[in-house]
Design a protein around this ligand. Structure first.
Ligand code: DAH
Length: 342
């Protein structure tokens, strides 16, 4: 290559190394290839050169022109890539990172479920994982809820497939599965989410949590039920709590009872939590109906059982003094944070 072209080339290469943005790069190219650029002036001077020099110089100048074009394209692509990388780096967001969640903050329902599971596990209960979509048979027929029962009403139940599948409206929907898969004696609880087509207000939600419990064995009586529930409440509130039973109707039990417990906050003297009555309405329970036991393949001559079901949301509300059930399912976690410490 001609020496003057070579010197333009080496200074162009050196200069290019310092270029770091598109504007400078364009200027770099213009200085070389523009009308008044270095290469152009060489080409202009060709007319005074000897024919030999003209041919080598012309050829070399053209070669350099293509090289410069190539260098330009390559550098422009590098600068563009650099820009993209910087942008990616600056604007990168980890969508799984939630700075606003503090790791110690467990949902109040989780806290209560954990404590309930702890107590029952210590009493020898097994924990059964329910399904949220169940058959009409599981939810209703198998637990002695006949087709004419108002609980099957379209207003209450979310039907997934009419006459076939529903969103579980009660954890009692697991009773039949448990009975069929265990041999007495056994004791099982089912803490899970249930769904009802409710109008939502401070004390009702369409999605809430229940705990079902069944105990099947020889000579199981209401006395066993009373002891079990009292033990759980004592554990949960950290003090002696009395319960009382009132007659109540539930299709899956006979006799059926409603259980209230003595207000752990005021000890019968009356307060806001117990609405000045000294008692808190808590759960439905009873001795398992022979129809339910038989449907689950249990020999009713030999075995009996008790069953109970209570709402966890209500229990959490009582425990933490929450007066609006809607916060449990609400996406505004500020409300939930308040209870995390307790
Ligand atoms: N499944 C009932 C409900 O959702 C609660 C219930 C009441 C469960 C009595 C039981 C029971 O096991 O014996 O309202």
């Amino acid at each position: 290559m001609h020496s003057s072209i070579l010197s333009i080339r080496s200074s162009a290469v050196a200069h290019l190394e310092k270029v770091s943005n598109i504007a400078d790069l364009i200027e770099w190219k213009n200085e070389l290839l523009g009308k008044t650029g270095e290469l152009s002036s060489i080409l202009k001077s060709l007319k005074d050169a000897t024919p030999e020099e003209r041919s080598t110089l012309g050829k070399d100048a053209n070669t350099l022109r293509w090289e410069i074009e190539e260098m330009y394209e390559k550098k422009a692509a590098e600068i563009e890539e650099q820009k993209v990388q910087e942008k990616l780096h600056k604007e990168w967001k980890d969508l799984t990172e939630r700075k606003d969640i503090q790791t110690w903050a467990l949902h109040p329902l989780t806290l209560v479920i954990n404590d309930v599971m702890d107590t029952f596990t210590r009493m020898g209960f097994e924990i059964w994982q329910a399904k949220e979509i169940v058959t009409e048979y599981e939810n209703f027929d198998s637990v002695n809820v006949p087709a004419s029962h108002p609980a099957r009403d379209m207003q209450d139940t979310y039907w997934i497939e009419w006459g076939k599948y529903v969103l579980s409206t009660q954890t009692s929907s697991q009773q039949n599965n448990i009975l069929k898969s265990r041999k007495p004696p056994f004791q099982v609880i089912v803490p899970d989410r249930v769904f009802r087509n409710e109008d939502i207000d401070a004390t009702h939600d369409n999605t809430f949590y229940q705990v079902e419990g069944i105990v099947v064995g020889e000579n199981i009586s209401l006395a066993n039920l009373k002891y079990t529930i009292e033990t759980m409440l004592k554990d949960l509130f950290g003090k002696e709590v009395s319960i009382r039973m009132r007659p109540g109707f539930f299709p899956f039990v006979e006799p059926g009872v409603e259980i209230d417990f003595s207000c752990p906050f005021c000890g019968w003297s009356g307060c806001k939590v117990c609405k000045k009555s000294g008692w808190i309405e808590f759960m439905g329970a009873g001795l398992m109906h022979p129809n339910v036991l038989k449907e689950g393949g249990v020999d009713t001559q030999k075995y009996s059982g008790f069953a109970f079901g209570f709402g966890l949301n209500r229990l959490a509300m009582i425990r933490y003094g929450i007066d609006d059930m809607r916060i449990f399912m609400h996406t505004d976690i500020r409300a939930l944070r308040q209870f995390a410490w307790k």
